[in-house]
Design a protein around this ligand. Sequence first.
Ligand code: SF4
Length: 383
Amino acid sequence: MSRVRKAAGKRSNARAADAVGIADPAGLRRRLTRWYARAKRDLPWRRTRDPYAVWVSEVMLQQTQVDRVKEFFARFMRRFPAVGDLAAAREAEVLKHWEGLGYYRRARQLHAAAKAVIADHGGEFPRSVDGLRSLPGIGRYTAGAIASIAFDHPAPIVEANSRRVLARVAGHDQPVGGAGDEPIWEIASAVVPKRGAGVFNQALMDLGAIVCTPTRPLCERCPLKGDCAAVEQGRVAEIPMMAAPRATKEIRETAVVTRCGDRVLVIRRGPGEWWEGLWDFPREPRGVTGRRIGRVAYGVTHHRIDCTVVERRAPSAGAPPAGGRWVRVSALAGLAMTSPGRRIAAIVADHGAAASRSGSLRGGRRLIRGGRSANLVKPSSVE
Ligand code: SF4
């Protein structure tokens, strides 16, 4: 590129940044990337620029804390070290390796996208944002992250951490989230550098995670203190403005554990259901009969669910219903199960152990949250 065109490009970048409230974009990039060079987090997926590894880590990081992702990422990459390994795997095995991360739709889409990379792109990841977005489950943020980190394309990114930093630096005082993120994408596009976009984007995310935190940001230690409109205006605590959260819906349900000897009936969640493709215990409307053996409380996207667990004895294991199967209690650990299903399986195992100790079905109603359980009351029949 000629010097004249380069200078014109720089002027138009600076104008775009100025239009979104960033006075000195070049200085901001310099200060941010210098800070990142000395303060960046040491994360396993940052030791490579392999687009497959970048992609897997980015998908895992959606809705999941960094520390938790570290252990899952290592395990997943050991089993599926390349996109071809993932594409060739059975879905049940992919889901099993995802178990504990939640939001299983991500795993199914990861699997589908791996197959598409092999079938439609000869095993090579598309390098452009548009090409990446054509793959299942890859949205604007993930495409920008892969394109910038793996291929150094000047692609902007907006996720929770970078959104907070950009909103504060630009003094953006409108609600963010959903359609409200459009102005933040404009700010991100205006400041992302032509070269080194991957480093810049990761630096934005790290600054948001380490320094520009949601509450009590460490402005005194921030490399962007002199660039920051929120600091200048004394409005750090007000920015970003979050849209009002959606109301939570309460649901009460009953999980039925049908037991025949040492086997129980499980069912695979169908298309369109939460946790599609994973195993669980059948749900029935409240009011069904059975011996109450526990209770599980859990949340799924804006729903709070109170689930009573009842047990029924079947004299013989007949043909299971569509999508169901009989499984030995000792084999439940090997199934890819929903998180409430896994907790109900723990109740079933405890209950079976208690029953075999006492020779009866004495046990206790259990309330389990976060993997801990406590006997609350003696079991009783439900309605
Ligand atoms: Fe965030 Fe404070 Fe830095 Fe502004 S100066 S970007 S509010 S940490």
